[in-house]
Design a protein around this ligand. Sequence first.
Ligand SMILES: *Cc1c(COP(=O)(O)O)cnc(C)c1O
Length: 374
Amino acid sequence: MIYFDNAATTRPSEHAISAMLSVLRDDYGNPSSQHSAGQSAAGLLFAARRKVASILGAAANEIFFTSGGCEGNTMALISAAEYGGSQGKRHIISQQTEHHSVLECLKSLERRGFEVTLLPVDSEGRVSVGDVSAAIRSDTALVSIMTANNEIGTIQPVSAIGQLCREKGVLFHTDAVQAAGVLPLDVKKLCRDMLTLSAHKFHGPKGAGALYVRTGVPVTQLIFGTQERGRRGGTENLPAIMGMSASLADAVSIMPIATERTAALRDALIEGIAALPDTYLNGPRYDRLCGNVSFCFGNITGERLVYELSRRDICASSGSACSSGMSEPSRVMLAIGRSTELAKGALRLSLSALSTADEVEAVLSAIRDIIYSL
Ligand SMILES: *Cc1c(COP(=O)(O)O)cnc(C)c1O
């Protein structure tokens, strides 16, 4: 099998698996218990929190463990909205190609009386800092712009937007789920108030994530209970949290070498597909996630391509994992100006540090076969 769907999820690393197994077997105490088993679990939990915090340049008490990206995004948006609402600020700024979890949460906030400005993106999927600046009002509670797009790999000018928000005194959140292990995540440098991570996108387990929230920004409780300093109830999923902290540390430590290597494979794939007739690259040619390749095809739908690749034991995607399976054109493709017809023809191939040049060759030759046999 060739797995080129790393934007949907990644293979857990051996390090993450062994960290998880060890806790499952030997440290099953509840971190809230006072006895030795509980205290030992609490010690591991604190070490994991400190490790994740130090990687982000944050303090340990600024990290909230969650079930992943959707929960982190929801927690960030609801928290900022309620905090803003309490000060009479009911306006939120975001952009059209955000993850479903952000867009759906914003819709729900609209039903609760918030006003949402969804900024457009350019033909490469980039939001303009000038547009963000012009959209900020005295009643703006939050700006939420993803660090990088999961479908077309566009990297947003997040540090400039973070700087702008800080100058204007507006809270800023970024969904950095696709950026972990790919781009530097220093929250202080990027002036970020809130940042979302999800472990299964960087070779950790599913069902674990972290939300960074700057000290001073109040967090709304979505799940009631005493854990996470009373902000997120539920006995901590310690095995998954240990797997996440191990895989995040690994992802960050190999980042300089891994991203360069993955980008070279990505470029070979892009050049190979671009040489085929009637193919259109989605997102920027260079300044994009090192593992992301996305194309529209004029003469075959993305779904058909994914199906044909799957018959050859190659895992790819026709959009985001959440929107594929629906035959609607992707709203990300429409946002960058693709016609409804072309938008149905999207193919996403997403690589990881585990991908190889042989796999790239095999996938290119499979795509050539499929296209020329039609
Ligand atoms: C995968 C993904 C999410 C959702 O993360 P889960 O852990 O699956 O809830 C959110 N945002 C982006 C950009 C993603 O790629």
